[in-house]
Design a protein around this ligand. Structure first.
Ligand code: AMP
Length: 191
């Protein structure tokens, strides 16, 4: 299986690049942000809980996020692999994912980190907020909090995957096609 973690701060282009990767490698796309938003729309209990964190730009608690992700993975019988978009975001999530995948006799192949500076992120998110309808993209304080959460809780995962020899840094500035090309090169040299 080809299991990819697509990593990077909010606004780095994870969603956009996931589209390219799903098509090219025939992977199942699991975006925890998308799953939370679907639950908010469906007004489920999980959605109500998630909304209280998302609206502040904070991470949803690990326990909730991990069990949701595991149940989503288990829905797929024999996939070519997964692209994890927006997960893991904490060390506890990364450890849980390793244990869970090992129980299914598989593992993360690569962690691809899209690198974009904070000023460019803010600009992209505010721009996206004009069309995405996402309230967490429209408020500069929430955006700053999301970037802060990323820097303190999520960025340390680079070391986690580096220690496993699975971390690849990808320049996230440029055209969508250029960035996709960088991702394909990294994946194809590891497969
Ligand atoms: P995203 O669409 O990935 O930008 O996620 C939007 C929001 O959903 C984040 O700001 C968090 O509040 C929440 N979220 C998404 N994925 C996770 C995760 N793996 N752990 C905790 N919270 C998450």
């Amino acid at each position: 299986m080809l299991n990819l973690v697509l990593f990077g701060p909010p606004g780095a282009g994870k969603g956009t690049q996931s589209e390219n990767l799903i098509n090219k490698y025939n992977l199942v796309h699991l975006s925890t942000g998308d799953i939370f938003r679907a639950n908010i729309k469906g007004e489920t209990e999980l959605g109500k809980l998630a909304k209280s964190y998302i609206d502040k730009g904070e991470l949803v608690p690990d326990e909730v996020t991990i069990s949701m992700l595991e149940s989503e993975v288990s829905k797929h019988e024999s996939p070519n692999g997964f692209i994890f978009d927006g997960f893991p975001r904490t060390t506890a999530q990364a450890e849980a994912l390793d244990t869970f995948l090992a129980s299914k006799n598989t593992a993360i192949t690569l962690m691809l980190a899209l690198e974009v500076d904070d000023e460019e992120l803010k600009r992209r998110l505010l721009e996206r907020g004009k069309v995405s309808g996402r309230s967490d993209d429209q408020d500069e304080t929430i955006i700053e909090n999301r970037i802060k959460e990323y820097n303190s809780k999520t960025a340390p995962l680079k070391d986690f995957y580096s220690a496993q020899g699975k971390f690849v840094s990808i320049d996230g500035i440029g055209s969508i096609d250029d960035i996709a090309g960088r991702l394909y090169t990294a994946i194809d040299s590891k497969k």
